[in-house]
Design a protein around this ligand. Structure first.
Ligand SMILES: Nc1ncnc2c1ncn2[C@@H]1O[C@H](COP(=O)(O)OP(=O)(O)O)[C@@H](O)[C@H]1O
Ligand SMILES: C=C(OP(=O)(O)O)C(=O)O
Length: 469
């Protein structure tokens, strides 16, 4: 079974029920909704379609709501603007209604105060670069250094400059509350710069904090600097390479990616490698060799998930992209990965227990590790150990836990009604393995439980069991 999970951003190319179903069949485990685009009404439609699809999928799709965050973008355009090297254009920071023809509007009030003559402004993830020639209170005159076609709502980066916007904007607040009301599973907070940003999110989530998992998107120099404190506050990290690749020197990006993935492995947190994995497949039916190798690198690093953006929102070959990620991951996983989890911190007794269960399962060898879990905690501890041979089959009586475990590397989560008799609970789990997962009578599995599943007493336990006996 494939270990690496696939996250797809849903957009115009994939938002129909039929396309969502095809993405799921091709291997999508998590659907990402990017709140920088679309309306609550359009996202609600997609969420409802996924929830309806989930009733018939073997492994339901988790929904990840990705906030816009304190990001800067150009405005809506009626037509594209073709910027050529050497062109002189004006950039204004104000509301869309006032835009002069052929000027570029940026949605950040303090832009002109923050920027100095000679500074560079990067648009559309580095494709278009502008240099500031002069400025007055409301307009900056800029020279086009690298030209390109400017479309609506493109990213603007001011590398190294601390953008004077709150960690959670009013729009983010409203989007997060909308997401909670729609029962989403993950929130990815954009542009997390320090641990306090996550504290603010926890405050907003209040009682719902236990229900939704939090992923911090690391996309600028400050986030990279504060990574240790941020990791401690969240369930997982997204290496958001689109913005990160222009906010830091791009030749440092592979080192930063690896350092973050290694730190997450060390601390037992989920990690997603995002953006540009198969970028050329937005237009082409086949990836470049460099893209194949980039995906392989994330799989060698043993990331939990790899994420598609433009490839599945507006690309011509969304299903093929997912199939390709699945093929590359399956092929690469046959070889030993970088095993950063060998440095896993085992500060919690349950983590020690999970590590023992994984060690036992590897040495027998057992075909699977069966985890009986309510909130997914023990399943997380087992995931953190990255078993090489056995797959992890988690059984839970909680629908949300089951969906959330869709992101965990090598975890396959099943729904199970717990019985008062722990033996009955286990037997139902074993029947699922035998009838639906290709296991055979005589296969050995290691069972670990942090719920009352095994002992009935709430005590943790590890057992070796032989299926069909
Ligand atoms: N819900 C949506 N509705 C319309 N267009 C979308 C949606 N989500 C994404 N897109 C389009 O797909 C492109 C790539 O998706 P993504 O990487 O998530 O966005 P971005 O890089 O703009 O943050 C976006 O720039 C946008 O044009
Ligand atoms: C995933 C990313 O975030 P967004 O698509 O919101 O820019 C990124 O920058 O890589």
């Amino acid at each position: 079974m494939r270990k690496t999970k696939i996250i797809c951003t849903i957009g115009p190319a994939t938002e129909s029920y039929e396309m969502l179903e095809k993405l799921a069949d091709a291997g999508m485990s998590v659907a990402r909704l990017n709140m920088s685009h679309g309306s609550h009404a359009s996202h609600a439609e997609v969420i409802k379609r996924i929830q309806s699809l989930n009733t018939k999928l073997k492994y339901p799709i988790a929904i990840l709501l990705d906030t816009q965050g304190p990001e800067i973008r150009t405005g809506e355009r009626d037509s594209n603007l073709n910027l050529k090297k050497g062109d002189i254009i004006s950039v204004v920071a104000r509301s869309a209604e006032d835009v002069e023809e052929n000027s570029v509007m940026v949605n950040y009030e303090s832009l002109i105060t923050d920027m100095q003559v000679g500074d560079r402004l990067t648009v559309d993830n580095g494709l278009i670069n502008l240099e500031i020639l002069d400025k007055d209170q409301r307009v900056m005159r800029c020279k086009v250094v690298d030209g390109g076609v400017l479309k609506s709502k493109r990213h603007v980066n001011l590398p190294g400059i601390r953008v004077n916007l709150p960690a959670i904007t009013d729009k983010d607040r409203s989007d997060i509350l909308f997401g909670l009301s729609m029962d989403i599973d993950y929130i990815a907070l954009s542009f997390v710069r320090e641990a306090d940003d996550i504290r603010q999110l926890h405050e907003l989530l209040g009682e719902k904090q236990d229900k939704v998992k939090v992923i911090a998107k690391i996309e600028d120099q400050e986030g990279v600097r504060n990574i240790d404190d941020i990791i401690d506050m969240v369930d997982g990290i997204m290496v958001a390479r689109g913005d990160l690749g222009v906010e830091v020197d791009f030749w440092e990006l592979p080192n930063i990616q690896r350092r973050i993935v290694r730190k997450c492995a060390h601390k037992g947190k989920r990690v997603i490698v995002a953006t540009h994995l198969l970028e050329s497949m937005i237009e082409n039916p086949m990836p470049t060799r460099a893209e194949v190798t980039d995906v392989a690198n994330a799989v060698y690093e043993e990331a939990d998930g790899i994420m598609l953006s433009g490839e599945t929102t507006v690309g011509k070959y969304p299903i093929k992209c997912v199939e390709n990620l699945a093929k590359i991951a399956t092929s690469i996983e046959r070889h030993r990965g970088l095993r950063f989890t060998e440095d896993l911190l085992t500060e919690h007794p349950k983590q020690n227990l999970a590590a023992s269960a994984v060690h036992l399962a590897e040495s027998l060898p057992a075909k699977a590790i069966v985890v009986i879990t309510r909130r997914g905690r023990m399943a997380n501890y087992v995931t953190n150990c990255h078993p090489i041979l056995p797959s992890i089959h988690a059984f839970t009586n909680d629908g949300r836990t089951r969906r959330q475990l869709g992101l965990n590397r090598n975890v396959y989560a099943h729904k199970l009604q717990f019985s008062n008799d722990p033996e009955k609970t286990l037997n139902k789990a074993f029947t699922t393995l035998l009838e639906e997962e290709g296991f055979h009578a005589g296969d050995q599995v290691v069972v670990i439980s942090d719920a009352l599943g095994v002992s009935g007493s709430g005590l943790d336990a590890i057992q070796v069991r032989i299926l069909g006996q």
